[in-house]
Write a protein that binds this ligand. Structure first.
Ligand SMILES: [Zn+2]
Length: 492
């Protein structure tokens, strides 16, 4: 039974003078998870969570609205070193993680309004391999001045993310609403870890997008002209996302990593995070690699044997606290209990520094300084001033008639597709035989069609198949007849 935090809550109030006695502010009664499922409770309110046969009293410190019936609630678990909780709700779905130090980590989830399922999450020994192209350490550049949280996300006070996922992965986690809640949860835990470490920035998910087709590799996601997933780059520009994260159906993660302070590194800002690894803080871990962080010394997993990634001191840390428990930061592998924090010689957890300064034998462990430096560059990888699709505020399941993973409204906004009759539906979808989108089925369209003639659509299930008008997965004679029958102006 976990009743320790109930004790600490009784010790809060110091003695007060007897006269005059102001009317005491009544302590609000704790709310239950049902309150979070129906409405976002206010900050400062106690939250009583039932985890199996244990009950834990938490304190709500932050409520953040993301949209209609979509918000995150997070805060502390008093009495547990580094104890945190974060719960994300999106309409009928809810996903939460409760970390109670060495006592364990619990996951709460519900999709489609189903009863809440609570499970204890096992500590995973390893959860990540880094990109195969990690190069040598960058120079030990001086720390850049801290901008502090401000209004301009390009000043380093915010890192903007595009998060993509495949249809099948959304189904695996319980649907689109459950996927949105899971992504919001991962981002919230990332920001808890950054705030706890004193990093003057936060990540913002500026867009989520559902894609058809199968999950591909990280290189396919990052490649710009391999014919695989290339639309993701158009989408990244349209939403001005500094980094791109894909949620995949696995228990691991992989990132390319920031290896030097160079604008060219924008091409490496891709990572994949397994849905099953998010309770292990892998969202913050992979984003951490793309901010220049690496694992603890000797962990391997793609990190240099001599340590470091962006800087020689860009290392995670594992240590024993004053309680005798072994801990590990977000970037360090097991053993140890992971807490939401990054290594720093000036940070503290369970009475012990979370990192260490350089000396003759070691370059040190300071991933907090790594992120606090790289954030200024990474935030400029895409300019927030040039984000034509952001203001549209489209949901991940917005209409996508050509099934290429980009919402129709965004493609029209950036001129990717034409909408000459201005009805919100791309012309190519109103008249699929009009390949060049000029409102006419004519000779140019016939030439493009003949180039596809004899092909099949089986190579990318769910992807658009231009030329397959009868949807038999084959571009053949029937399709030619259909095209010729539509010869002339497209009809509304
Ligand atoms: Zn890693």
């Amino acid at each position: 039974m976990l009743q320790f935090c109930l004790v600490t809550c009784l010790l809060v109030n110091a003695p007060v003078p007897r006269v005059p006695t102001p009317t005491p502010t009544p302590t609000p009664l704790p709310v239950s998870i049902d309150a979070v499922r129906s409405t976002a409770p206010a900050e400062g309110r106690p939250l009583l969570l039932e985890l199996g046969d244990a009950r834990v009293l938490c304190t709500i410190e932050r409520v953040r609205a993301h949209g209609d019936e979509r918000y995150t609630v997070s805060g502390r678990v008093p009495g547990a070193p580094g104890g945190t909780f974060a719960i994300a709700r999106c309409r009928d779905a809810l996903h939460g993680i409760v970390r109670i130090g060495t006592l364990g980590t619990w996951e709460l989830r519900s999709a489609d309004g189903a009863p809440l399922v609570t499970r204890r999450v096992p500590e995973q020994p390893t959860e990540c391999t880094c990109g195969a192209h990690l190069s040598a350490n960058g120079p030990a550049a001086p720390l850049l001045p801290l901008a502090g949280p401000g209004s301009d996300p390009d000043d380093g006070s915010a890192i903007d993310l595009l998060v993509v996922f495949r249809d099948a992965v959304a189904a695996h986690v319980g649907g689109v609403n459950a996927m949105i809640a899971l992504i919001d949860l991962g981002a919230e835990e990332n920001n808890i870890a950054w705030a706890a470490s004193g990093i003057a920035s936060e990540i913002r998910v500026v867009h989520m997008q559902q894609y058809p087709g199968p999950v591909l590799g990280l290189g396919d996601l990052a490649g710009t002209d391999d014919g695989l997933y290339d639309d993701v780059h158009v989408l990244r520009n349209a939403y001005a996302a500094d980094q791109v994260v894909e949620i995949v159906d696995s228990n691991g993660g992989v990132a390319m990593g920031l290896v030097e302070l160079d604008p060219e590194q924008q091409s490496r800002m891709f990572c994949q995070v397994g849905d099953g690894a998010i309770p292990n803080a892998t969202f913050a871990h992979e984003v951490g690699h793309n901010m220049g962080c690496c694992h603890a010394f000797g962990d391997g997993g793609g990190c240099p044997s001599e340590g470091g990634l962006l800087f020689p001191f860009s290392n995670g840390h594992r240590f024993f606290g004053t309680s005798g428990a072994q801990w590990r930061t977000v970037m360090a592998y097991s053993p140890g209990t992971r807490f939401l924090g990054f290594s720093s010689p000036t940070g503290e957890h369970d009475g012990v520094p979370t990192g260490f300064p350089p000396d003759e034998s070691s370059p040190g462990a300071d991933n907090t300084a790594t992120i606090d430096t790289s954030r200024v560059l990474v935030a400029t990888f895409r300019s927030s001033q040039l984000a034509p699709c952001r203001a549209l505020d489209l949901p991940p399941d917005a209409p996508d008639c050509n099934r290429n993973g980009m919402p129709d409204a965004c493609e029209i906004e950036i001129g990717h597709l034409l909408d000459l009759d201005d009805d919100g539906v791309p012309d190519v979808c109103e008249c699929p035989m009009d390949f060049d989108g000029n409102g006419m089925v004519g000779f140019d369209d016939l030439v493009e069609f003949l180039a596809l003639y004899g092909g099949t659509c089986a190579h990318l299930p769910g992807a658009p198949c231009f030329g397959d008008f009868d949807e038999d997965e084959f571009i053949g004679f029937t399709d030619l007849v259909i095209l010729l029958s539509q010869w002339g102006p497209c009809l509304d």
